[in-house]
Design a protein around this ligand. Structure first.
Ligand code: ATP
Ligand code: MG
Length: 327
């Protein structure tokens, strides 16, 4: 049995990278005929507490992200769609997995190294959140986790923790695997193509999903390109041009090899058009969803109810195996 799970963190305003790397591939998996419980998607609001946050904003960001996920095609009628903080089993299992994980392996996580280097005060949860992420996945016995390339290491850790727990205490968890999209697994910042586009990093090279279309066009037209004038796909030698080709490829579902351009200007114009063609209808759908906030909150409440039911047997099995309750 396959079960797909992906959670999205409201740590900032969602970007084109989040859409192409995670939201859209997740939505595309919701094919007709699948059972609702084959797909578990949600808003990982607890993960937004790992770096400095504004309490009033967090709730807004969580609802905005939920609305954008639905607008991107994550149809709550076809999956279990909920807010992580509404399902207490996540934090409960997380502690059992923190007691399975080792300090050294958590410190080696690239995201921890990168994000802790950017902060004066590092929250302890930034170190431990991969255990919570493993709990998010293992609670539902998920087999496939669609994520961008930057999350592969955390998925490896979730696998390791599942296997270690199973070896030590008995077979409770299904080791999951990462499903990384073939294109756009790592969309780079348009103003600095040496680093990935991130919603928590303020940069003129980040396209936000709710940017007005003229802003989107301006950001693409101002994208940093490389020396020379030839348009070739070469992520090392020509990171800026290659990033535009990847974005255009993903937005139009055209393989990079099939794209041929003789100037940077033409490539930028077509990329801007393609991004806008994807974002404009998404923004229209979002406006409709955001106008009915109570409706969205109700959808999330119902989803949390389903998630609790789905998670309960695994949490009970894990507690029993580790010695916390009688079998
Ligand atoms: P943060 O800076 O807070 O880590 P983020 O933009 O990296 O924000 P996450 O919430 O960490 O977003 O990740 C959400 C999903 O989007 C994950 O599956 C992640 O792999 C994917 N993702 C994030 N950034 C990119 C990117 N630049 N290209 C492709 N996928 C991405
Ligand atoms: Mg990230």
């Amino acid at each position: 049995m396959a079960r797909v799970l992906s959670l999205f963190t409201p740590s900032g305003r969602p970007t084109l990278g989040n859409l192409l790397g995670a939201l859209r591939p997740s939505a595309q998996r919701l094919t007709a005929g699948a059972a609702r419980t084959d797909h578990v998607y949600g808003i990982a609001d607890l993960h937004a507490l790992t770096t400095p946050h504004d309490p009033a904003l967090l709730n807004e960001r969580a609802l905005e992200l939920a609305g954008l996920a639905v607008a991107a095609g994550i149809d709550p009628e076809r999956c279990v769609f909920f807010r992580q903080s509404a399902v207490a089993a996540h934090t409960e299992l997380s502690y059992l997995l923190e007691s399975t994980a080792h300090y050294g392996e958590m410190q080696r996580m690239i995201q921890f190294k990168e994000k802790s280097a950017r902060q004066e005060v590092v929250r302890l949860s930034l170190l431990t959140y991969p255990a919570l992420m493993a709990a998010d996945i293992l609670l539902y016995q998920a087999t496939d986790v669609p994520v961008g390339a930057d999350q592969s290491q955390h998925l490896e850790l979730a696998r390791d923790l599942a296997e270690r727990f199973n070896r030590a205490y008995g077979p409770v968890f299904t080791p999951p695997r990462a499903v990384v999209p073939k294109t756009a697994a790592r969309v780079m910042d348009l103003a600095d193509p040496s680093r990935k586009m991130s919603k928590s990093v303020d940069s003129p090279g980040t396209i936000h999903l709710l940017d007005p279309v003229d802003v989107v066009r301006r950001k693409v037209m101002r994208a940093v390109t490389d020396s020379g004038s030839e348009v070739t796909y070469d992520p090392v030698g020509k990171p800026g041009v290659s990033n535009l080709l990847v974005i255009l490829s993903a937005c139009t579902d055209t393989p990079v090899e099939a794209l041929s351009y003789s100037s940077y200007g033409a490539l930028k114009r077509d990329t801007a058009d393609a991004v806008i063609a994807l974002l404009e209808p998404l923004q229209d759908r979002y406006a409709g969803i955001a106008a009915d906030r109570a409706g969205l909150e109700k959808v999330l409440r119902e989803g949390a109810e389903q998630a609790r039911t789905l998670a309960a047997p695994t949490l009970a099995a894990a507690k029993s195996a580790i010695g916390l309750t009688a079998a």
